[in-house]
Design a protein around this ligand. Structure first.
Ligand code: PLP
Length: 390
């Protein structure tokens, strides 16, 4: 027996535990000081009423013999896939339900999708980045090339035709930076992927935060992407499903290499290793796409976006350089006075009682930067903004 030794190449994910330790020490030393947490990536508003009602009705169905549901289709119920296809249709993206696979969230599928790709593939991953992309590939021993996201490129790197890649990760709106690609930027990535015969894994977990109709919310808004991209999306941030768990992965029928259909491979993988998302949860998810659901979830997203606007205004007043905060719940700022990410973390905590996330926790290029999130309450966000400009 041999264990998977690639696990040795994983770095300890100590970012959030180190933050918790520092906050706990500060609280113990200053029991009367208030702490404002702007470091979390989790939502705080509850599920919207229409989702709760749909799940309650589904629970009642499950309790009666004639409406009970046992195993469902591994790839998701048609009622949800059709609702998602209609949602994309509004933006001119035509999807057939068989191209949509319901998941228990984007994180699982970001790991699972790698089953389809050989270990020898070269993977291109932005830095800084949502750490799951790096760790899932390291676990499989794949070679990773990092794409430099820096202030000079607005944290939105473009492809370099000299660099070879097989799998490309893109996340827009981005976690941790909040930066959003425009149509031109994404078109360059699609052209590069088609040229390289590569696959783009497009993470659209924050698409609901894009309110400018000129900005793409899906890679499939770019012509040609259906031949080179897979999109992973989630209801976690769109509809507060972080604890309820539902997302979806789009694998187009046109994504083919040689004689192989990636869509058929994914179906085969899912029907072998996955038994579907609970019926009750899928009913709740379908409610998100009704007109009432769109209105109610839209109000929650608008609430977070207003928080982001308040924080952005404070950063402008401070004269701090930042990206994000407009079509994203994240703001990514350059630490003032050339401070390191952890020094700025300590300074903000000690002087203002504000907790954020040090950028260095998201990759080498994150050093000297800092992430604030808009997922707090309005009151605490306003309080933090006032403290920041003081
Ligand atoms: N992708 C990105 C960029 C994220 O930031 C997150 C969660 O924070 C996820 C995916 C995971 O989403 P889910 O809750 O659907 O697993």
């Amino acid at each position: 027996m041999k264990l998977n030794e690639h696990y040795h190449s994983l770095e300890d994910s100590y970012l959030f535990s180190r933050i918790s330790q520092k906050v706990a020490a500060f609280q113990a030393a200053n029991p009367h000081r208030k702490i404002i947490r702007l470091g979390i990536g989790d939502v705080t508003l509850p599920l919207c009423p229409v989702v709760v009602e749909a799940m309650e009705a589904a629970v009642r169905e499950m309790g009666k013999a004639d409406t009970f549901h046992g195993y469902g289709p591994e790839q998701g119920y048609s009622f949800l896939k059709e609702a998602i296809a209609a949602y994309y249709g509004e933006r001119g993206v035509t999807l057939s339900p068989e191209e949509i696979f319901i998941s228990d969230g984007a994180k699982s599928d970001l790991g699972n999708i790698l089953d389809l790709f050989d270990q020898d593939n070269i993977v291109l991953i932005p830095d800084p980045v949502y750490p799951v992309y790096v760790d899932t590939n390291r676990m499989a021993g794949r070679r990773i090339r990092f794409l430099s996201c820096i202030r000079e490129n607005g944290f939105l790197p473009l492809p370099d035709p000299q660099i070879k890649a097989d799998l490309i990760y893109l996340c827009s709106p981005n976690n941790p930076t909040g930066a959003v690609y425009d149509r031109e930027g994404l078109s360059k990535w699609v052209a590069y992927a088609l040229d390289q015969k590569a696959v783009i894994l497009f993470d659209a977990a924050y698409e609901a935060f894009v309110s400018d109709p000129g900005l793409p919310r899906s890679i499939f808004e770019i012509p040609g992407a259906e031949r080179c991209a897979i999109e992973l999306c989630s209801l976690s941030k769109t509809a507060g499903f972080t604890g309820t768990r539902c997302g979806y992965t789009i694998v187009p029928n046109a994504l083919r290499f040689g004689g192989d259909s990636v869509n058929r491979m994914w179906l085969r993988r899912q029907t072998t290793k996955f038994n579907g998302v609970p019926y009750i949860v899928q009913r709740g998810a379908a409610a998100v796409f009704t007109s009432q659901g769109r209105k109610q979830t839209g109000e929650a997203v608008a609430y977070y976006k207003e928080n982001a606007r308040i924080l952005a205004q404070a950063l402008r007043q401070m004269g701090v350089w930042f990206v994000g905060g407009e079509h994203s719940p994240y703001l990514w700022l350059q630490c003032p006075g050339g401070m390191s990410s952890w020094d700025y973390f300590d300074a903000l905590l000690q002087e203002k009682g504000i907790v954020g996330t040090p950028g260095s926790g998201f990759g080498e290029n994150g050093e000297g930067f800092f992430r604030l999130t808009a997922f707090g309450s309005r009151e605490s966000t306003q309080e933090a903004a006032a403290l920041l400009v003081k």
